[in-house]
Ligand binder design. Structure first.
Ligand code: FAD
Length: 463
């Protein structure tokens, strides 16, 4: 084993004997933690290359994991005994002089990005929560509140700088290294470390109505009736999230409506008036956020005070089927009657679908371009004993919605990497559908020996 300190890495290095080791291997969820042998915090692309070269030079070579914001539900950004390239010290954000693009280093979180672009009255298509990482979010596709108007995060990626499996640093876009550019847009961490993303900047979209309206569970049919009417003529700047959650102090099963509706106070309040007048919320906290930076920071406090263990699984579906939602409501109530699992929630995300669906499914590795809404099933608990029952419950709900969708549309929808529970619960085919073969060819070109072996590992095509 050679000494990592002789490789000239400028950023810091943590090992199991370091005082801050436990902090270095921590993730958003305790279920995503593995005990790495080395954690390298690069401060340049050269540091990333050197870390890769060190891992490859060991016998046997070290497994490498790439960590962005550390938010994925799986252990994909962690490694047992290997080397983590933790990008969290590599997170500068720079708006171009013409304000057309934003260069984001691979370890930034969305809060870093929104705080910077707000100064220029700009917005980019990114996560709806500050602490989610740009790296995983974009390489996984990236559904945003802004996707109805501006598409997915990958649809707004202009170019990227990638550190490849042999340590080389390359730039890619639609003309230069186009297959690499195609593969990283949805292909997760299977092709290298994205050291820099250059994304389109858009003029700020102004204020939006956000917050929460809460109803008792018995009101579900009435809330769905109003939601159905809203979806028939949904404005492009509207995304409504229907949530199943148990709120303190009684933790009775409840329904939440979490709106994101762009426009003036009058316009946005008019758009959700049915949810106030045709059904009566028992609680409401609505406000007009002046910009996306504030919108995206809104739920951080709630989410960062979560129980330590959280697991996420998601599924796309075509229409708002009341019977499917009603069935899942029953399953959720039954599962969350257990004291340790009462914090689990289900979110049904209803945004405008046409912009995302207007891009062919072959445009990028990300495959789900059928017009879709999606549900996110979130397990949150404290006890390790709840991990497996929660994974099983999430898998059951995801399978149920996916099968009902298939019965009703005749199509099997792919699962975006960002919403997949982990490689043990969704196959490469489930994620990439018909794009698998092309990904295999790209893998053979850019990573023939599978240096990138965490996550949904693509088998290189044999020549
Ligand atoms: C509270 C919360 C809200 C969310 N909301 C949304 C949402 O609205 N829309 C949505 O699409 N997703 C959403 N997600 C899912 C989220 O996008 C994924 O979990 C994503 O993987 C997080 O990225 P990360 O960098 O924080 O994660 P990490 O766990 O650090 O990384 C995830 C994967 O990406 C790889 N990776 C990270 N950075 C890089 C890089 N620079 N280069 C190459 N590979 C990299 C890692 O190796 C790993 O395989 C949400 C997740 C949470 C926890």
């Amino acid at each position: 084993m050679s000494d990592i300190n002789t490789y000239g890495i400028q950023g810091s290095i943590v090992t199991p004997t370091s005082a801050d080791y436990e902090k270095a291997i921590a993730r958003n969820s305790a279920t995503s933690v593995l005990r790495a042998g080395y954690i390298v915090y690069p401060t340049s692309t050269n540091d990333i290359s050197l870390a890769v070269k060190f891992a490859l030079a060991q016998t046997p070579r070290l497994e490498i994991a790439i960590k962005g914001g550390g938010c994925h539900s799986s252990t994909n950004s962690s490694t047992e005994g290997g080397l983590v390239i933790d990008l969290s010290h590599y997170k500068a954000v720079k708006v171009s002089d013409d304000k057309a693009t934003v260069a984001i280093q691979g370890g930034a979180i969305w809060g870093d990005v929104y705080t910077e672009v707000e100064k220029y009255n700009l917005v980019v298509v990114g996560g709806n929560v500050w602490f989610v990482g740009v790296g995983g979010f974009i390489t996984g596709g990236g559904h945003s509140h802004l996707s109805g108007a501006l598409g997915l995060a990958i649809d707004n990626l202009v170019s990227a700088t990638v550190v490849l499996a042999d340590g080389r640093v390359v730039k890619c876009d639609r003309e230069v290294e186009p297959e690499l550019f195609w593969a990283i847009r949805g292909g997760g961490s299977q092709f290298g470390v994205v050291a820099e993303f250059v994304v389109k900047a858009h003029p700020a979209r102004g204020s939006a109505l956000v917050g929460a309206l809460a109803y008792p569970g018995t009101e579900l049919p009435n809330v769905l009736k109003v939601l159905k009417e809203h979806l028939q003529a949904q404005p492009v700047g509207s995304k409504l999230t229907l949530g199943f959650a148990r709120a303190p102090p009684h933790f009775y099963p409840g329904i939440m409506l979490l709106p994101y509706v762009e426009g003036s106070k009058e316009e946005s309040e008019a758009a959700i008036s049915g949810f106030r007048n045709e059904v009566k919320p028992v609680f409401e906290q609505i406000f007009h956020a002046p910009n996306f930076n504030i919108v995206s920071h809104g739920s951080d406090e709630f989410l960062s005070n979560s129980p330590p263990r959280s697991l996420i699984g998601g599924v796309g579906f075509k229409e708002m089927w009341e019977d499917v939602i009603g069935h899942v409501f029953g399953e959720w109530i039954a599962f969350t009657e257990n004291e340790d699992r009462k914090g689990c929630f289900v979110l049904w995300e209803f945004g405008v679908r046409d912009k995302v669906a207007s891009v062919p499914s072959t445009d990028a590795a990300f495959a789900l371009r059928e017009p879709h809404y999606y549900a996110v099933i979130t397990g949150r608990h404290t006890q390790p004993e709840s991990d497996q029952p929660t994974r099983d419950w999430i898998t059951k709900i995801v399978s149920y919605v996916s099968e009902e969708n298939k019965k009703r549309t005749g199509k099997l929808y792919q699962t975006p990497v960002n919403f997949a529970l982990g490689p043990d619960y969704a196959s490469v085919e489930d994620i990439f559908g018909d794009n698998v073969e092309r990904l295999r060819k790209a893998k053979a070109k850019y990573d023939p020996t599978k240096v990138w072996s965490r996550g949904w590992v693509i088998e290189p095509a044999s020549s």
